[in-house]
Write a protein that binds this ligand. Structure first.
Ligand SMILES: *[C@@H]1O[C@H](CO)[C@@H](O)[C@H](O)[C@H]1NC(C)=O
Ligand SMILES: *[C@@H]1O[C@H](CO)[C@@H](O)[C@H](O)[C@H]1NC(C)=O
Ligand SMILES: *[C@@H]1O[C@H](CO)[C@@H](O)[C@H](O)[C@H]1NC(C)=O
Ligand SMILES: *[C@@H]1O[C@H](CO)[C@@H](O)[C@H](O)[C@H]1NC(C)=O
Ligand SMILES: *[C@@H]1O[C@H](CO)[C@@H](O)[C@H](O)[C@H]1NC(C)=O
Length: 415
């Protein structure tokens, strides 16, 4: 017995030492207890369905309750300026006095919040409110007056923007993506002169009316992709003087009205991919001197838009998989000029070889093909060497110019 009890006592002592070492180191790893230090209540990742009052430190200014199973917030958060409780099972928005009415940041992504009324209307200090992936149907709960800078309500079931949102005149970031919005009522954004990014992607909009974004004089990015937009009015983007990025991909556009981008002179990136565009007005891009990225893959365009009248800084133009049979020489020459586009993608278009004879002649591609060299030729244009590559079906023993199926043009300054 004596022979076993000594090791047992040792083992016990050792276990105690280990246990105390563990609890000393437990502060930073997820565990059963919450921690309080320097005004921070850290209770994230504790798999808790409720908090005992003793676990909520008095006077905490920053509170993290993320990744638990909480159905409601605990008492005792009345000093918190920052409250994070994403990934819980909250069904209602918290209200003061449960919440400090001077709180600045509230992060409640990925909960089950539905039926809202005016819960946050007195939270006038709130600057950042993140409510992604909940079940919110209306924005009636927003603070009044509203001093929000960031509002993210992506992935909810919002169908109307009516109400206090219109008074959130300090917003810089507004994300309304993946909701149930079918139309924008007039003037909804009219006070938001500081807004830089507006996302309406993945909604159910079918048209964009004149002056839909009136008031957004500082907007830089507008995301309208993944809707069912079939028509855009001529003055839809009026007032967007600072707009740099416009995303209209994955809609149902068959054309765009002439002059629709006349009000967005600073556009740098335009994405029209995966619509049903069959034609574009000749002067669609005229005046867009800052355009660097132009995307229109997977449409049914029969012709390139005029690239000679814009696009001095074009870096990338993508017309993959359209119905272009004869790209206009003026547009191609504009792209091929020194310092012109770095990349023009015309692959998966039914290009008629005859329409490109002049390029092939200048690039001497036939000679390359006869020598069965890589199917690229270069075209000297001032200081720039333009490289032009064509894809030829395998096994065709003929001149490359008769078998162009796809053309990819890249230019590179090799001075
Ligand atoms: C969280 O707690 C529940 C209920 O006590 C339990 O069933 C579940 O396994 C726990 N999850 C984790 C990740 O510990
Ligand atoms: C939301 O409100 C509806 C009717 O107003 C009610 O039937 C439903 O139970 C409520 N849901 C929650 C989660 O409170
Ligand atoms: C979207 O709104 C329509 C009515 O406009 C409604 O029938 C539908 O249930 C809503 N969908 C969601 C996901 O809220
Ligand atoms: C916007 O604010 C004004 C003045 O503060 C107020 O009268 C109006 O009711 C508010 N509008 C909405 C939709 O809440
Ligand atoms: C081009 O798009 C059409 C549908 O518009 C599709 O059927 C076809 O396979 C695409 N071509 C390529 C090369 O992917």
């Amino acid at each position: 017995m004596a022979r076993t009890s000594l090791p047992l006592a040792l083992a016990l002592a050792l276990a105690l030492v280990l246990a105390s070492a563990c609890s000393a180191g437990a502060k930073s790893v997820p565990g059963p207890g919450c921690t309080c230090a320097k005004g921070v209540l850290d209770c994230a990742n504790r798999n808790k369905s409720f908090l005992r009052p003793s676990e909520v430190c008095n006077g905490a200014t920053r509170v993290d309750l993320s990744h638990n199973r909480l159905k409601m917030l605990p008492d005792g958060l009345s000093s918190a300026e920052v409250v994070k409780a994403s990934d819980n099972k909250l069904t209602r928005l918290p209200t003061p006095p449960l919440l400090n009415s001077n709180a600045k940041i509230l992060v409640l992504n990925n909960n089950e919040i539905s039926n809202t009324s005016r819960e946050l209307s007195s939270m006038v200090s709130l600057e950042r409110l993140l409510l992604r992936r909940n079940r919110i149907t209306s924005l009636n709960f927003l603070p009044q007056p509203c001093n929000l800078r960031d509002l993210d309500v992506d992935q909810n079931s919002i169908s109307s923007l009516e109400g206090p949102l219109q008074n959130c005149s300090k917003l810089g970031f507004l994300s309304l993506g993946t909701n149930n919005i079918t139309s924008l009522q007039p003037n909804v954004f009219s006070k938001m002169q500081y807004l830089e990014l507006l996302s309406l992607r993945y909604n159910r909009m079918t048209f964009v009316q004149d002056d839909a974004f009136q008031g957004l004089s500082g907007l830089q990015s507008l995301l309208l992709s993944d809707n069912q937009i079939a028509s855009v009015s001529q003055f839809a983007f009026r007032g967007l003087r600072q707009l740099q990025r416009l995303y209209l991909a994955d809609n149902e556009l068959s054309t765009l009205p002439a002059g629709v981008f006349a009000h967005t002179p600073r556009l740098q990136r335009l994405d029209l991919g995966r619509n049903q565009l069959t034609r574009l007005p000749a002067d669609l891009l005229s005046g867009l001197q800052g355009l660097t990225q132009l995307f229109a893959p997977r449409n049914r365009l029969a012709a390139l838009p005029d690239l000679a009248d814009c696009c001095e800084r074009l870096e990338q133009a993508n017309f993959w998989n359209n119905s272009i049979s004869a790209p206009s020489e003026a547009s191609l020459r504009a792209v091929l000029r020194p310092g012109g586009a770095a990349r023009l993608d015309l692959s998966a278009n039914p290009i008629r070889p005859a329409s490109l004879r002049w390029v092939l002649r200048e690039a001497d591609l036939d000679a390359h093909a006869r020598r069965r060299e890589p199917r690229c030729g270069s075209l000297q244009r001032g200081a720039a060497a333009v490289e032009l590559c064509v894809d030829v079906p395998c096994g065709k023993n003929t001149l490359v110019s008769d078998w162009i199926e796809a053309v990819r043009i890249t230019t590179a300054n090799r001075s």
